[in-house]
Design a protein around this ligand. Structure first.
Ligand code: F6P
Length: 364
């Protein structure tokens, strides 16, 4: 209340804090309220802080919600946001567009990434990264927010080493990033997989079959683990929890002898040739078996409420970090709290084995 009556004082206070970080802020009184505009003071004069944002690597539901949160939160600080098209490719090709309040309207519920994404192996080359940094400097974009997985973080860490101010947001369905309990898109992908398991159970039950469902996840089994538990799978096979083929077949024989009508096996990609496994199960276990590879449908779809909230919180938190002058870090959620840490603490770091594995044997 006091601040509203004396808006300039609020601005002065803020400017005092921000000056310490090499930034300068002033307060404007608008008809409805106060707006604090952050500007950067350089030798060439004063200009508004500009943030670039890109999505990179495999798309994930909620990436759009994160971009929306960044744009809208940045607006509150008076920052300008540039959307970079197709991930690091657009950064190198100087393919960027100004994003304002209106350009992200309707994006909260949209799957995929409206900015586009790509994988750019050439970004490992320092000369290519120099072009990217130069393109940002040309437009006075001083901060880059990258949304993606491990490869995206690696690119951002290299840019940080080269002097660029960066922030990373974990956007991948795989949930394979250390330093966060959940990544943006994971919960939606789990829902998609559970929906598929429920449907496959119907037909498996009718035909007395064993259904094998292959999920994505790369080196992380969380998609198979969470969806397998939600879908009541008899077996969950992941990089962290491998099960020998012969043990599966022996168990299935027992299930058959007990008179069970069907079985569900959820397996992370690259653990088995699932079609060959289905054939072997059909030959040896007494269950006829079929394999379904869910593939790219796991990456699509409107983000779940959980992912919309996570993406909105993370996007907004990233802008708060920028206003606090904190860079070279990636955002995470731990025990429902927003956290951040340097890229180096996250990249290539192992994640502890999920406690949910203890549940698998008990409830299957
Ligand atoms: O986004 C991660 C991921 O979904 C992995 O689970 C999967 O292995 C990979 O992407 C496939 O990506 P693409 O074929 O698009 O390169």
């Amino acid at each position: 209340m006091k601040d509203r009556q004396n808006p300039i004082k609020t601005g002065e206070k803020r400017s005092h804090i921000i000056k310490k970080q090499g930034l300068f802020a002033y307060a404007l009184k608008t008809p409805c309220d106060i707006m604090v505009v952050h500007v950067i003071l350089t030798k060439k004069g004063v200009h508004v802080m500009k943030i670039g944002v890109l999505t990179s690597g495999g798309d994930s539901p909620g990436m759009n919600a994160a971009v929306r949160a960044i744009v809208r939160s940045a607006e509150g600080y008076g920052y300008e946001v540039y959307g970079i098209r197709d991930g690091y490719r657009g950064l190198v090709a100087d393919d960027m567009v100004v994003l304002d309040h209106k350009s992200v309207s309707g994006m909260l519920s949209r799957g995929g990434t409206f900015l586009g994404t790509s994988r750019l192996p050439e970004f490992k080359d320092e000369d290519v990264r120099k072009i990217a940094i130069e393109n940002l400097r040309k437009r006075n974009i001083s901060v880059l927010v990258t949304i993606g997985g491990d490869g995206t973080y690696r690119g951002a860490m290299e840019l940080t080493r080269m002097g660029l101010k960066t922030i990373g947001l974990p956007g991948t369905i795989d949930n394979d990033i250390a330093g966060t309990d959940f990544t943006i898109g994971f919960h939606t992908a789990v829902e998609t997989i559970v929906d598929a398991i429920d449907k496959l159970r119907d037909t498996s039950q009718s035909h007395r079959r064993c259904s094998i469902i292959e999920t994505m996840g790369r080196k992380c089994g969380d998609l198979a683990l969470f969806a397998g538990i939600c879908g009541g799978a008899e077996f969950i096979i992941t990089p962290e929890h491998q099960v020998d083929k012969d043990i599966i077949i022996d168990e299935l024989k027992k299930h058959k002898a007990e008179g069970r009508r069907h079985a569900i096996i959820v397996v992370t990609e690259k653990q088995f040739d699932v079609h060959a496994l289905a054939e072997e199960i059909s030959e040896k276990s007494g269950f006829s078996s079929r394999a379904t590879v869910l593939g790219y449908i796991q990456r699509g779809g409107s983000p779940s409420p959980e992912d919309r909230i996570l993406a909105s919180r993370m996007g907004s938190y990233a802008v708060d970090l920028i206003s606090d002058g904190i860079f070279g870090v990636c955002v995470g959620v731990h025990d429902s709290r927003m956290i951040h840490m340097p890229f180096a603490h996250v990249i290539d770091q192992p994640r502890p084995k999920n406690d949910l594995y203890k549940l698998v044997k008990k409830v299957s």
